[in-house]
Write a protein that binds this ligand. Structure first.
Ligand code: OGA
Ligand code: MN
Length: 318
């Protein structure tokens, strides 16, 4: 297995591995290090059943069963279908997933480590793939912040709410999303995480904010919070931090949700078919359950930077 970096702010193609086979612990740990280092990993030319996708994803942490129950197969509730295809009058899956900048599961007490997508049908026009998945590098976004803002926001927290993204999507023309039920809202109450998260793989700080779910910086007045969030939302999308993945049939796309934000580009028509299977991996290997991830004391001992940092490619401690 080897990583071929894109040369851009994020991304590497991981070659020489068949994800349908069980990973060795060494392969699993190498993929975790690559995910921290490159943010976005692409594994070209894979052939996976939904069960094999689930088994691959389960190497990296507990799998999330999404609150939006639509599109799940009953036998494998952790594998979700993302698709604009309608068969016999019924949508195959969620048709508008991720169509605005966000971080998966920032709204959860246990945040996401990775999201893993497998491309089965990819819309094409004039020989070019449509429906790119775009990313921004939050290690770089943190480093690029003005020094005084880094100091000011250090130790502060942001409240994230699942309902923010949901309601924003509902205002889109043609949206079929219904308001969240009381039960869904209770399942995902708003939660606070640090503005700057120490990334458990790299040991470096990332900007953990995203326009999809971030509501409020808790330790400052409302108007100041709104002004600074607007600044952060604009700052984090700078072209220098960006990378766009162009899909191919058979690609597996795995991204680190702690060190990146992403956006699904909806530039294809309803008759241009897109079919993707997805597993969401919670960051359970890095954080203790029960407390908002990233707060002091929630990092699991032995699973953080010390375990995964490498010196000249060798694992320092395990
Ligand atoms: C997601 C998501 C992006 C895409 O599944 O969380 O944002 O390109 N999907 O489908
Ligand atoms: Mn997403």
């Amino acid at each position: 297995m080897q990583a071929i970096p894109t040369g851009q702010s994020l991304g590497a193609s991981i070659e020489g591995i068949d994800l349908a086979q069980a990973l060795t612990p060494a392969e699993r740990d190498q993929i975790i290090r690559y995910a921290g280092q490159h943010g976005v990993l692409t594994f070209p030319d894979q052939r996976l059943t939904p069960r094999q996708l689930r088994d691959f994803a389960a190497n990296f942490g507990e799998l999330e069963v999404n609150v939006a129950t639509m599109g799940q197969q009953n036998a494998l509730p952790e594998v979700m279908t993302l698709s604009n295809i309608i068969e016999d009058g019924k949508p195959l899956g969620l048709s508008d997933a991720g169509q605005s900048w966000h971080t998966d599961m920032a709204y959860s007490s246990m945040i996401a480590f990775a999201n893993i997508l497998y491309g089965i049908e990819i819309p094409m026009r004039d020989g070019q793939p449509l429906g790119n998945t775009e990313f921004c590098n939050m290690h770089a976004a943190y480093e690029g912040l003005p020094a005084e803002l880094k100091t000011k926001l250090e130790g502060m927290t942001i409240t994230h709410d699942f309902n923010k993204f949901w309601e924003m999507m509902r205002t889109r023309e043609g949206s079929t999303r219904k308001p969240l039920t009381e039960e869904q809202r209770r399942a995902k109450p708003p939660v606070a995480h640090p503005v700057f998260l120490t990334h458990p793989i790299t040991g470096r700080k990332v900007l953990y904010a995203n326009p999809g779910y971030a509501m409020r910086i808790n330790e400052m007045p409302e108007d100041e919070s709104a002004r600074i969030l607007d600044f952060l939302f604009e700052h984090q999308l700078k072209p220098a931090y960006r990378y766009a993945f162009r899909w191919q049939v058979g690609s597996v796309l795995m991204w680190d949700n702690m060190g990146t934000i992403h956006n699904a580009v909806a530039d294809y028509r309803p008759d241009e078919r897109r079919l993707i299977k997805r597993c969401q991996v919670a960051a359970t290997r890095f954080f203790e359950e029960g407390a908002p991830a990233g707060m002091p004391g929630t990092y699991k001992q032995g699973m953080g930077a010390a375990a995964f940092n490498s010196v000249n490619g060798a694992v320092v401690a395990q």
